[in-house]
Design a protein around this ligand. Structure first.
Ligand code: HEC
Ligand code: HEC
Length: 364
């Protein structure tokens, strides 16, 4: 179990913060002297952010402010299998609270045990990203939530109209839409807005590392502190896994999925969106918060453990024509590699939505 102590405070540790998908340099980020409460105000919601998360880096579209009613409705829809063809594959089927809001399989089974070619990323801390998916093809969480419902290897409904009528015919749902949107009409846009609002409350912070940043010098072991120094220094991880959510919200080619025999990328990644050859094999930098919980790793789930991930970086990724210039062999000793893993273990936090909703708690 994770330590679930509630300390609300501020921890600024790095030179950039992320706003709506862009890394913005800060003139100076002072270490937190006096802890202060961090709350995010949106609509009728005052969201208490766990220690270490920054309210000013949140991304919430103007036309979908948070509301208590939308979050509660979205939570139900997120755990409701009736949004899938066979009734058994809710969003949580592949983004499971008990697996760091991700999935323990490299490729998650959808309806009929069909599988796609990408690993389920975590839904945790999506509040701090605009663009979603490994290739960033969805502009926000609202756009993202439309996808899985009709994706044949995920929830596999024939159309959004079918999704709408499924939800509208459950007697308990229209009154919840009325509370959230002012009238009982069920639409796909409203379903997506409610789910996105719930997702923005799935937050992880207050990890050992956050408490150490806030001044608790016992929170990290000496090995974890050495790992953090390597992360910022020799191992250069921080050049991409930057700021409090450990992501520059950018896209990089590490060579994951490169097939040296044929000289091709199995998955074109960001290039599917930009159509630019230089983006072939580039994928979004994922957050590293709660990272021990969401194995396996990378967009194709090809690395089973954090030890394997560190070995992959140590050898300089998979060289290919588009390899990011920041990826180079690191020359880390075995003990330095272990230090880096120990550091990442210190990023497991207190999740604000720790439990799934049981089907008996869903509207009927
Ligand atoms: C069958 C498994 C499956 C189901 C069901 C599923 N997802 Fe996903 N989800 C994935 C995979 C795989 C990806 C990555 C796909 C890609 O990047 O192209 C993904 C990506 C995402 C992302 C992007 C995260 C990021 O960091 O970019 C979010 C958010 C998300 N899903 C939310 C949802 C929601 C909401 C639902 C329900 C409406 C849902 N998912 C249903 C497998 C699933
Ligand atoms: C050039 C930017 C860059 C650098 C430097 C970098 N990363 Fe990454 N990291 C990424 C990207 C992009 C991905 C996803 C790549 C993919 O799946 O193709 C990733 C994936 C990961 C993952 C898997 C996350 C998941 O949810 O699957 C871990 C763990 C990780 N990096 C840790 C590290 C560590 C430790 C270092 C330093 C040794 C490091 N990274 C250096 C950009 C970078």
């Amino acid at each position: 179990m994770n330590t679930r102590t509630r300390i609300i405070s501020v921890a600024l540790w790095c030179s950039t913060f992320v706003l709506a998908g862009r890394a913005v340099p800060l003139a100076h980020a002072a270490p937190a002297a006096a802890p202060e409460p961090r709350t995010l105000s949106s609509g009728d919601v005052e969201l208490a952010l766990p220690l270490g998360l920054q309210a000013d880096a949140a991304f919430i579209p103007k036309d979908n402010p948070l509301s208590k009613a939308k979050i509660e409705l979205g939570r139900m829809l997120y755990f409701d299998g009736r949004l899938s063809a066979d009734g058994n594959v809710p969003c949580a089927g592949c983004h499971n609270p008990y697996h760091g809001y991700a999935d323990p399989e490299a490729f998650s089974p959808g309806v009929g045990f069909k599988r796609g070619g990408r690993n389920s990323p975590t839904v945790t801390n999506r509040l701090f990203s605009a663009e979603q998916f490994w290739d960033g093809r969805a502009a926000d969480l609202e756009a993202q939530a439309h996808g899985p419902v009709t994706n044949p290897v995920e929830m596999a409904l024939p159309s959004h109209d079918v999704a709408v009528s499924r939800i509208a015919t459950v007697k308990g749902y229209p009154p919840l839409f009325e509370k959230a949107f002012g009238d009982p009409k069920v639409t796909m846009a409203r379903i997506a807005q409610a789910i996105a609002s719930f997702e923005r409350t799935v937050l992880s912070g207050d990890s050992a590392w956050d408490r150490w940043q806030a001044g608790d010098k016992q929170a990290l072991s000496p090995q974890q502190i050495r790992g953090f120094d390597l992360f910022r220094g020799k191992a250069t991880c921080e050049t991409c896994h930057v700021s409090f959510n450990f992501s520059d919200e950018g896209y990089h080619n590490l060579g994951v999925g490169w097939d040296a025999a044929t000289g091709t990328m199995k998955d074109k990644g960001r290039a599917d969106v930009t159509k630019a050859a230089r983006d072939e094999g580039a994928f979004k930098t994922p957050t590293l918060r709660d990272i021990v919980l969401s194995a396996p790793y990378m967009h194709d789930g090809s690395e089973a453990t954090l030890e394997e991930v560190v070995q992959f970086y140590d050898r300089g990724g998979n060289p290919n024509p588009n390899l990011d210039p920041k990826i180079k062999p690191l020359g880390l000793s075995a003990s330095e590699q272990a230090d880096l893993v120990a550091f990442m273990q210190a990023l497991t936090g207190r999740n604000t939505q720790p439990h799934p909703l049981a089907s008996r708690d869903l509207p009927r």
